[in-house]
Design a protein around this ligand. Structure first.
Ligand SMILES: Nc1ncnc2c1ncn2[C@@H]1O[C@H](COP(=O)(O)OP(=O)(O)OP(=O)(O)O)[C@@H](O)[C@H]1O
Ligand SMILES: [Mg+2]
Length: 264
């Protein structure tokens, strides 16, 4: 705009004959140079914006391919779990009393060795309680920090087939592929996958089983940052109930778990 205005002023001056033609030619050249400079700046800005857009799109693709959601809608309402005067095997000194409602998420706290893992295993039915009452009316799944149930010789594809026989090989491979477990990774023994990859298989297994209550025992341990974020995102958006044991407050915050029960 500025250059055009200058050019017009130059033309007027030339018409009026009040300036030497050599001066007017210099002014014209100057105006043309400014115009071309502006045009180059605009081209560069456009190229930068395009570059930026492509970078953002590839970041979004990356995030999308890493995200996981349970797509689980619970139909349960009201009480799903009750522990009444419950004493655990191995540690008889504490009596546990709490009630959990559908879709509630609770952080289980307590010092090392108090019985947090034993409580989760008791709820899952892996260990018998010593005394007291425990009532649970939903399907539960217990995940220990090493995902040791996945330290097996079978592949992710074979494992997920055992979880839900109605799934086709193609559905399983697509689900695994969406979690970046592709090609040979889907076919090698589970024990050879990394902690993060095993976590993804475990999350898919939970999704295919329609679990209502997740019992998570320090699940963030041994995971890389990306997998921790994936897990926190999944827990945050899980529509069922969660009992989470974790010593990492930032992870608990990321899962947006606000209720807690302290074993003591
Ligand atoms: N299989 C077992 N046999 C005998 N004692 C056990 C067994 N498993 C756990 N214990 C004992 O039971 C108590 C509770 O253990 P638990 O693993 O539940 O504690 P925790 O709160 O999960 O501890 P941490 O924070 O270290 O994970 C501990 O004193 C532990 O030594
Ligand atoms: Mg423990």
């Amino acid at each position: 705009m500025k250059a055009q205005k200058r050019k017009k002023t130059g033309e007027k001056l030339r018409a009026s004959g009040s300036q030497a033609p050599i001066l007017l030619d210099a002014k014209k050249e100057q105006a043309e140079q400014s115009l071309s400079h502006l045009r180059n700046q605009q081209i560069k800005r456009l190229a930068d914006a395009k570059d930026n857009l492509m970078k953002k799109q590839s970041q979004l693709e990356h995030l999308k391919s890493q995200s996981f959601e349970f797509n689980h809608i619970t139909e349960k309402t009201g009480e799903i779990l009750r522990c009444q005067d419950l004493t655990l095997a191995f540690n008889l000194s504490i009596s546990i009393n709490f009630v959990m409602n559908a879709s509630e998420k609770i952080h289980i706290q307590g010092e090392n060795g108090i019985g947090k893992s034993t409580l989760l295993k008791t709820i899952q039915g892996l260990i018998k309680p010593h005394d007291g009452k425990m009532y649970c009316n939903v399907q539960t799944a217990y995940l220990d920090q090493n995902l040791s149930f996945l330290a097996s010789e079978i592949s992710a594809t074979e494992y997920l087939k055992t979880i839900n026989a109605n799934l086709t090989e193609q559905q399983i491979r697509t689900s695994l592929g969406n979690m970046k477990i592709r090609r040979d990774k889907a076919l090698i023994p589970l024990k050879n996958l990394s902690g993060g990859e095993r976590l993804k298989v475990a999350l898919l297994a939970l999704k295919f089983q329609h679990v209502e209550l997740l019992l998570l025992d320090e699940p963030e341990n041994h995971l890389d940052i990306e997998s921790r974020e994936l897990l926190a995102h999944a827990i945050k958006h899980f529509n069922g109930s969660v009992l989470l044991v974790s010593h990492d407050d930032s992870f608990v915050d990321a899962c947006e778990i606000t209720n807690s029960y302290h074993l003591k």
